[in-house]
Design a protein around this ligand. Structure first.
Ligand code: FES
Length: 256
């Protein structure tokens, strides 16, 4: 039996939703796999929405908005690009980045809407069902996805996403611009760090552990784990619970 993917589409009210409507009234054929959520602007699609859908086992998520320069809220689609790039980079850690897509479709592009949906549906068919869509859930993968979602919600990554343009395009008080390449490196490092920190937090949520235990469980060097623990302690997210055989045992003290 051929695989019929479940695809979730977030369509901007002002352009793409009207484009989808035009495709419908013009009787342009496209695969029926998409379920649509109408949003006022593509910039409204928070990373959380995408992670929630993927955690529910949705095979693919597509966001469509007005073409650059046409956003009803001036810069909403610019925000959408930045948020999308963040989610894409995070999902690449689990090789799931091809399960999401961002496209521009105007109200007059019924044909284009049908083409985009057809192409994305075929791409997801090629990828096969989401690893989180079956009955036997891969709990380790689910926990990693949860850590990515928490990373996307972290203050640090949100701040970098929100300020990228200001940091890289505007001059500071000394008349200097921060080079884009340098910003990208900083952003990638922040993504990696926040992901690992949230994996540590999720692991410590289940039961307290030493740095050595965490290093073994997460397959990450102990020195690196210790550096993250120090940052998390500084943020009051973990605390030392005990010392067993000369090894500090840490626990997660965050309220969720
Ligand atoms: S209103 Fe359509 S992308 Fe912003």
């Amino acid at each position: 039996m051929s695989f019929e993917p479940r695809i979730l589409g977030f369509l901007c009210n002002w352009c793409s939703y009207a484009g989808a409507d035009l495709a419908g009234v013009s009787r342009i054929q496209y695969p029926p796999n998409i379920r649509v959520i109408r949003v006022m602007c593509s910039g409204r699609v928070d990373p959380e929405f995408i992670f929630k859908a993927l955690k529910l086992g949705i095979d693919g998520v597509i966001i469509t908005g007005c073409h650059p320069g046409d956003c009803h809220y001036i810069e909403g689609n610019y925000e959408a690009v930045k948020k999308f790039e963040l989610v894409q980079k995070l999902l690449s850690k689990l090789n799931m980045e091809k399960r999401i897509r961002l496209e521009w479709v105007s109200a007059s592009e019924g044909n284009r809407f049908a083409e985009v949906i057809t192409d994305f549906t075929n791409q997801i068919k090629e990828l096969g069902p989401s690893p989180l869509s079956g009955k036997d859930l891969d709990m380790e993968l689910m926990e990693k996805l949860e850590a990515l979602e928490m990373a996307a919600e972290s203050y640090r990554l949100r701040a970098l996403v929100g300020r990228e343009r200001k940091i890289t395009e505007q001059e500071n008080v000394y008349g200097e611009k921060y080079p884009k390449e340098k910003f990208d490196n900083l952003f990638d490092a922040a993504i990696n760090n926040e992901y690992i920190r949230n994996r540590i937090l999720l692991s410590l949520e289940k039961n307290p552990k030493s740095v050595k235990d965490l290093a073994t469980q997460l397959n990450i060097d102990s020195k690196e784990i210790l550096n993250h623990i120090l940052v998390l302690k500084g943020r009051n997210q973990v605390a030392m619970e005990d010392i067993i055989e000369n090894q500090p045992i840490y626990l997660n003290v965050m309220e969720r």
